[in-house]
Design a protein around this ligand. Structure first.
Ligand SMILES: Nc1ncnc2c1ncn2[C@@H]1O[C@H](COP(=O)(O)OP(=O)(O)OP(=O)(O)O)[C@@H](O)[C@H]1O
Ligand SMILES: [Mg+2]
Length: 316
């Protein structure tokens, strides 16, 4: 529904982010955007492209986590007809599609290691061959990459090459979580409501305590969760959007989430472990209670009940 690609915000953190974008955009330096899920990394990438002198050229985005190692070379560089089984026609790779423009490598730390080697090679040499091709193709592409993981952790875990990190992070940009920019919560909520009203030609407004309720929540799913929350309330409201206080997602015991796995210490009381699982699942689904309930195998109503039990227990 929301189509904006502007960096909205009035907090000091939003201002710093906007300044970093303005500085980095006109250069050809590789930018690595780091931030939690839902903080707006893709919006930042597009803003960098739109403010660069490549803005009239292509912006090509690829999700590095979704590319299989066997197809990586062809995805990046394209292939000539008949170069391997299944290569029925010549295909153009993403470097060629992004030529003179920007290539956005999303979820870059999830890139298969074999693909990291290929990427490093093209970034170093400035040229490549199509799979099965003999002509040397010159590259003129600006690279922007994004990750929601700490790249140094990925290096320690052996899943990401440090030499690639140095190449990509010439200009690192950290996108703050919504918790670090609380003055933006009410502001963004209002801007989202304005956009929904504009798109639907309505004049809905927030009910009494709604903005305050939004401000006191910790938003693990960041701006995406805020936008979805406002959208749901907008759809439900006749003319006043009412959002009750949201249960904060809390840590019931020392836990750690790595690549979709939750580590819970042995000896954790069962209720605390349950609470941790619920919190991590909600986190994973950007605070979407319906999806989280589905994944947990319980009804949304049961999830709400659990959350209020956890919340009253945490007040004891
Ligand atoms: N500053 C902003 N102003 C307006 N909308 C924003 C802003 N930042 C993010 N959004 C909205 O929040 C949603 C999430 O943004 P985006 O997809 O860029 O996040 P992300 O950091 O790439 O998340 P993920 O890591 O899950 O891919 C989008 O709908 C986007 O339009
Ligand atoms: Mg993204």
């Amino acid at each position: 529904m929301i189509k904006s690609s502007k960096i909205l915000g009035r907090s000091a953190a939003a201002f710093d982010l906007a300044r970093a974008i303005v500085k980095a955009a006109p250069t050809d330096a590789s930018v690595l955007i780091i931030g939690e899920s839902g903080t707006g990394k893709e919006i930042v990438a597009r803003a960098l492209h739109n403010r660069s002198n490549r803005s009239e050229e292509a912006f090509v985005a690829i999700n590095c986590g979704a590319i299989t190692p066997t197809l990586a070379e062809s995805e990046l560089f394209g292939h000539e007809k008949g170069s391997f089984t299944g290569a029925a026609s010549t295909s153009v790779g993403c470097f060629e599609r992004a030529n003179n423009g920007t290539l956005f490598l999303d979820e870059v730390t999830e890139m298969p290691l074999a693909m990291q080697v290929l990427l490093l090679r093209v970034l170093e040499s400035g040229s490549y061959h199509r799979v099965g091709g003999s002509a040397l193709q010159k590259v003129n592409v600006r690279i922007i990459a994004a990750t929601n993981r700490d790249p140094n952790e990925a290096i320690k875990a052996g899943s990401f090459r440090s030499d690639l990190l140095y190449r990509l992070a010439v200009f690192p940009i950290r996108v703050p979580s919504l918790r670090e920019r609380t003055p933006d919560i009410a502001y963004l909520a209002q801007r989202f409501l304005d956009e929904f009203n504009h798109q639907e030609t309505t004049q809905k407004t927030f009910a009494g305590d709604t903005l305050k309720n939004l401000e006191t929540y910790n938003w693990p799913g960041n701006i995406r969760e805020l936008k979805n929350t406002v959208m749901r309330a907008f759809i439900l409201a006749d003319d006043k959007l009412s959002i009750a206080p949201l249960s904060p997602v809390f840590k019931a015991c020392p836990t750690e989430v790595t690549q979709g796995y939750l580590k819970i210490p042995i000896g954790t009381p069962l209720t605390n472990a349950q609470q941790a699982i619920v919190a991590a699942t909600l986190d994973h689904y950007d605070g979407d209670k319906q999806l989280a309930a589905q994944a947990l195998g319980i009804s949304t109503k049961t999830l709400y009940n659990r959350l209020s039990q956890f919340q009253s227990a945490s007040k004891d």
